[in-house]
Design a protein. Structure first.
Length: 258
């Protein structure tokens, strides 16, 4: 039994946050899908980290001033009516309503979209691993909105990415698409003034890539792609540091202006 958090208002910064030090609240749904390279990047930039592990009895944090939220991926669906997903959707509704800085990765994007009232549906084709079924690298293409947004400043276009998803966020007028691909419209999107999501995985580091190919049921059938981990990560990790560095800077600005 998980207690409901009182998300009616934001408490002051005297509720445990060090004055002037931003805190990154990481919501992790399964052990193998961690924050990856975002964790050292955030620590280098002076953020405190608070990790909530949803497979335990650990409650979701009550949002406070000075916090931003990173919502990670996992095999669950944003449409699940059991487990802790409905609880996470309620938290995301509060984050959106209060314009608390938040970024969702894969499932995290979909949960934010579900909280916004968008449709999360089965994708036309699952996107898995480094390469598409024709052996080409998965790539995203920025929209005009993306090319002019500070979240994608310095990020290449087209953008290579690692994929691991079978669902997608349906196109919706209230969602600003910043990067897209032929098989999935909302690859990178803004869901509000302070809420963003990315469908692919740019947080991936070496340990995570090796573990995913060994443990993830969707990747085991294409385990031969693990041989591309070295070259794929050599390209992807600098892009991931740029992308998530941009987001941490945006989140810090939003917190300072709140």
């Amino acid at each position: 039994m998980h207690s409901s958090a009182p998300w009616g208002k934001l408490p002051g910064s005297d509720q445990g946050l060090m004055s002037g030090t931003p805190q990154l609240c990481v919501v992790q749904t399964i052990p193998r899908e961690g924050p990856g390279l975002v964790q050292p990047l955030a620590l280098e930039r002076g953020w405190q980290l608070h990790v909530t592990r949803l497979w335990t009895d650990q409650p979701l944090p009550t949002p406070q001033q000075g916090q931003a939220f990173l919502l990670l991926g996992g095999p669950a669906s944003a449409n699940d009516r059991h487990g802790r997903i409905p609880e996470l959707v309620r938290l995301c509704q509060h984050l959106l309503e209060q314009q608390i800085p938040a970024l969702g990765i894969c499932l995290g994007l979909q949960v934010l979209a579900k909280a916004k009232g968008c449709v999360v549906r089965a994708a036309r084709q699952r996107e898995l691993g480094w390469l598409d079924p024709q052996g080409r690298q998965w790539t995203l293409h920025q929209t005009p909105a993306g090319r002019n947004h500070p979240l994608l400043r310095g990020v290449p276009d087209p953008l290579p990415v690692f994929q691991l998803h079978g669902e997608e966020v349906a196109p919706e007028r209230s969602v600003e698409t910043m990067a897209t691909s032929p098989l999935c419209h909302n690859q990178i999107a803004a869901l509000g003034p302070a809420a963003y999501g990315v469908q692919g995985h740019m947080e991936l580091d070496r340990d995570m890539a090796e573990r995913w190919f060994a443990e993830d049921d969707d990747l085991v059938p294409i385990a031969r792609q693990a041989r591309f981990n070295g070259t794929g990560l050599a390209t992807l990790m600098p892009i991931g540091r740029m992308f998530y560095g941009n987001w941490l800077a945006l989140a810090a600005e939003q917190l300072a202006a709140a």
